[in-house]
Write a protein that binds this ligand. Sequence first.
Ligand SMILES: [Zn+2]
Ligand SMILES: [Zn+2]
Ligand SMILES: [Zn+2]
Ligand SMILES: [Zn+2]
Ligand SMILES: [Zn+2]
Length: 423
Amino acid sequence: MAFFYVLVLCAAFGLTVVVTKIWRRLRQRHYEVPARDISKGHRWCMTDIFSQPTYCNVSENHIIHGAFCDCCGICVEDENIKEANRILKCKELSTNHLFNRHHWLRGNLPHCSKCNVCGEDCGNLPQLCDLRCCWCCRHIHERCLKNASEVCDLGYYKDCIVPPNCVRLKLVGIKGRRHLVVDSVRAPNITGWKPLIVIANRKSGNGDGENILRSCRALLNPAQVIDLSEISPECGLEWCHLLPLVTCRILVAGGDGTVGWVLQAIDNLRLKVYFPSPEVCILPLGTGNDLARVLNWGDGYTGDIDVQDILHGMRHADAVKLDRWRVEVTRAKHFGIRMPRKTLMMNNYASIGVDALVTLNFHRHRESRPILFGSRLINKFWYFTYGTKDVLERECKDLHKKVTVELDGQSIELPEIEGIVVL
Ligand SMILES: [Zn+2]
Ligand SMILES: [Zn+2]
Ligand SMILES: [Zn+2]
Ligand SMILES: [Zn+2]
Ligand SMILES: [Zn+2]
């Protein structure tokens, strides 16, 4: 009888293990790149003042303020938003064309545009005139349209763009909550093609995050742009699964925290094990950009960010391997009971003591009063204030008496210190 119970227990245990494994695998697979349904209209952004002379794409009136679509770039008066959604098609994420065609939109060309057909100035009349392709960014006269080729080669950044005719979308989800996701992607016949996935949080960097996302939607296929305030990094990285034979480039805009999150997601998806490992580029935003500084991406942007400059710089960048360390934190025993271990991943350094305390206090203060942490400069000031405060109060005094450091099994004599940084 006892033998029977043991057998049942073993079977139950085995079943649990198998079910958990299958469940984990299913969960690991369940990531999808979301796609916007362009039949529902444009992605409108409101503006109080357009930065250049602008004409409404519906009424053709000169407008000072109104809305623009950050994917296709059309501009309208507030009251024409509905009409524009009805009559003007937005940048298509997916088409079933054999080749890519230009998507011409009228008017609001940048200053000093030249016609791609006849080479003369275009878009310089004070009215809604001439055409711009929202994929290749070329400009032409309306009268030259009949002489322009129908094929769009996607322009200067074609090696970063996922062409719409290579993307298939599908509807998923239960009734009432149906949404579009990327079903499959075919690699186009473009030499040196490395699709760029842009990951940023629109709420980070005092609006810089938002600007980067917007510019990238205009330059790339909008499905390549992942806003972390709505989509998890795992869903964005699903592009790498969809293109198993291609090296994807991932542009992460944000601080060390965001970059760490994305690197962790790459680990979670085991991308480096089964797929060509993606190349990660960092665009530092906000404070805390040591990782970006170490890798020569600069220590943060101030002022206007030109995404075209960044894409150009990325082409000339070399890929390097980055050490990532696993840090295990074992807590002290309480009443002889061992507390659970904590495993952290470290990208560039881990620190104990006064340095960590400054960062921690800064972080806590920012969480409690975010309004005080509006700009980079002010943040640096707070950082400095906390730094001096903690150093003066010497909360980490006599750290060398509380900590022992062992290197390769040998104990090391510590001088009088207040912090340890592992590099
Ligand atoms: Zn649009
Ligand atoms: Zn074009
Ligand atoms: Zn022309
Ligand atoms: Zn996947
Ligand atoms: Zn160059």
